[in-house]
Design a protein around this ligand. Structure first.
Ligand SMILES: C[S@@+](CC[C@H](N)C(=O)[O-])C[C@H]1O[C@@H](n2cnc3c(N)ncnc32)[C@H](O)[C@@H]1O
Length: 252
């Protein structure tokens, strides 16, 4: 039976793969990757660079991401249809290009805001792809953010809330006390900060374009929003992540 390796490749730095991930890359028949088109091509190139650093001869088969209606009448039905089509195309590529094993490279860690495991489950259930799955953890963008800012994710005994920019607006004041925000297409930090909201922000973490900023939202919020727009225009895409924390004292 085929083995599908779901390999967390870290969030941008080829040196942050685990030994287990490297060994899996050196063992599999092929990597299958989704090509999400234009703006995300840089990301695909980064993935290829990471594979090449550790397994120079490993073939990478790319499957074009099927088109998706961004303004459907029935959002859920459209997402279901899109996921089903993705699963069909990927299962087809796996059958064509691998006999024993195939790898999916997951940005960061497969457990955090990623649909690869869901797609594989769908391929097994609905596309009849017989396979066993091995998941290899990776370093997440959250860990890169804290490492690059040399800081702790939580204060003593305090909870950590991880959310998306879309859900930040609904977060309770308690959750916002110490809150990691991902998947922000805009500048979610500008919504509802207090005078004491401090932000540690990072974009393109682990890559040559890495940018870091930190400060009270009331001091740096607007500047970082402008910077984000400039960076997106310059590179054609951006990935950023931030920790918001309510500070009682003056020092972060
Ligand atoms: C679809 S989620 C994937 C998260 C990934 N599985 C992980 O473990 O980090 C993508 C989001 O992760 C964050 N992210 C991932 N890589 C990043 C990087 N190198 N720099 C900044 N943020 C990053 C951004 O918030 C981005 O919108």
């Amino acid at each position: 039976m085929r083995t599908i390796y779901v390999i967390g490749i870290g969030a941008g730095d080829p040196e942050l793969l685990t030994l287990k991930a490297i060994r899996a890359l050196q063992r599999v028949d092929v990597v299958v990757a989704l090509d999400k088109g234009d703006a995300k091509n840089d990301l695909l190139a980064l993935r290829e660079q990471i594979v090449r650093a550790h397994a120079p001869n490993l073939p990478i088969v790319t499957v074009e991401d099927p088109p998706r209606d961004r303004n459907p009448e029935n959002y859920r039905a459209e997402v279901r249809r899109w996921h089903a089509e993705r699963a069909r195309l990927l299962a087809q590529a796996i059958r064509e290009h691998s006999t024993d094993s195939v790898a999916f490279l997951v940005w960061g860690d497969p457990s955090l805001y990623d649909s690869t495991l869901r797609i594989i489950e769908r391929m097994q259930r609905h596309e009849g792809l017989e396979s066993t799955v091995e998941v290899i953890p990776g370093v997440t963008a959250i860990q890169l953010l804290t490492a690059e800012h040399k800081m702790l994710l939580n204060r003593i005994g305090e909870d950590i809330h991880v959310t998306t920019a879309r859900n930040l607006a609904k977060a309770s004041p308690k959750d916002r006390r110490n809150c990691v925000v991902m998947l922000d297409g805009g500048a979610g930090w500008l919504d509802g900060p207090t005078h004491n909201t401090y932000m540690w922000w990072g974009a393109y973490l682990g890559t040559e374009h890495q940018v870091l900023r930190e400060g009270y939202i009331c001091d740096i919020g607007e500047q970082v929003a402008e910077l984000k727009q400039q960076l997106r225009a310059e590179h054609g895409w951006i990935m950023d992540i931030y920790l918001l924390r309510e500070l009682e004292e003056d020092a972060p």
